[in-house]
Design a protein around this ligand. Sequence first.
Ligand SMILES: Cc1ncc(C[n+]2csc(CCOP(=O)(O)OP(=O)(O)O)c2C)c(N)n1
Ligand code: SF4
Ligand SMILES: [Mg+2]
Length: 341
Amino acid sequence: MAKVNKLDLALDEYKGGKSTLCPGCGHDAISSVIMKAAWENSITPDGIAKMSGIGCSSKTPAYFLRQSHGFNTAHGRMPSVTTGANMANKDLNFLAVSGDGDTASIGIGQFIHAIRRNLNMLYIVENNGVYGLTKGQYSATAEEGSQKRKSVPNELKQIDLCAMAINLGCSFVARSFSGSRKQLTALIRAGMSHRGMAVIDVISPCVTFNNNEESYKSLQYVKNNNEELHGLDYIPHFNPIEEVEIPSGGYKEVKLHDGSYLRLETISEEHDVGDRMMALDAIHNADVKDKHVTGLLYFQEGIPTLDETENLVDTPLAELSEDMLRPSKETLDDLLTGFRA
Ligand SMILES: Cc1ncc(C[n+]2csc(CCOP(=O)(O)OP(=O)(O)O)c2C)c(N)n1
Ligand code: SF4
Ligand SMILES: [Mg+2]
């Protein structure tokens, strides 16, 4: 019999359609981690809304969680559509997948404002440094000096989405790699447990246009130049922490909104995830050495989310009856009088 989760569902119930991406594309590895993470976290599939923009990465929600709600929006516009959907039904789990082009080029304004508003969502960037779907032009996250297949080196400075998110006050910022399955699983599970905006920038090699050795986002380059901040283990709220084996070295635990924990095992120097300057320092130090720093870079609990700032009622607007949504003539008259005063 197939193994089931806390909802008595097998992993199969969290799968999607067959992928049409190039064999070996990093995005497919991320899709498989997303399915497993949602299954292991025992999230009801129809309680999830999959959001995406346009690109090979943004196509991937078709390949996981077929029973979930889904909205494949316009290029770079996913955050604003998610804002609307979140206002209509704040109780859904918003799981967004975007690309580096979708996020750092055409959609950068939208990305910035979603972070500022602390939209309650998990935002995964599948970052390959190129516009894969339109045949591999350099994107704004391609590092200066990095060189894709059959091309001259990229001459422009990169935008580091994690540094930008930290500077904007994002409450959960992580970087990972599609080839680091254990680390990525722990981070995605933790991102799903976080209340507020969680940004995970995942380096995801484009095997067709940007996987040669001169590219800083190629599979081999990332494997050789990945500086992990810590080992990561996710302990779900339904699993008593006392029963989890304690690591032999040093470690710290981060308690997440739903009562789950992310255990951070020290690798070399201890990274304080609550220290914004330390997070920016880690990114900068890796950048000057042409390395990639991965792990949970920054975390902060308790920042009000957009639905809280907007004082939404407890019941999602989508579930309120029409008489609750439509103000009476007297209420409207009162409102208008207030505006005229
Ligand atoms: C308004 C608009 N401009 C341009 C395009 C063409 N276009 C489609 S996907 C894409 C880039 C996708 O790159 P990225 O988000 O990095 O995704 P990847 O394919 O690399 O996963 C572009 C420029 C479009 N679909 N819509
Ligand atoms: S073109 Fe690149 S990003 Fe798109 S599916 Fe192929 S390998 Fe993946
Ligand atoms: Mg891309």
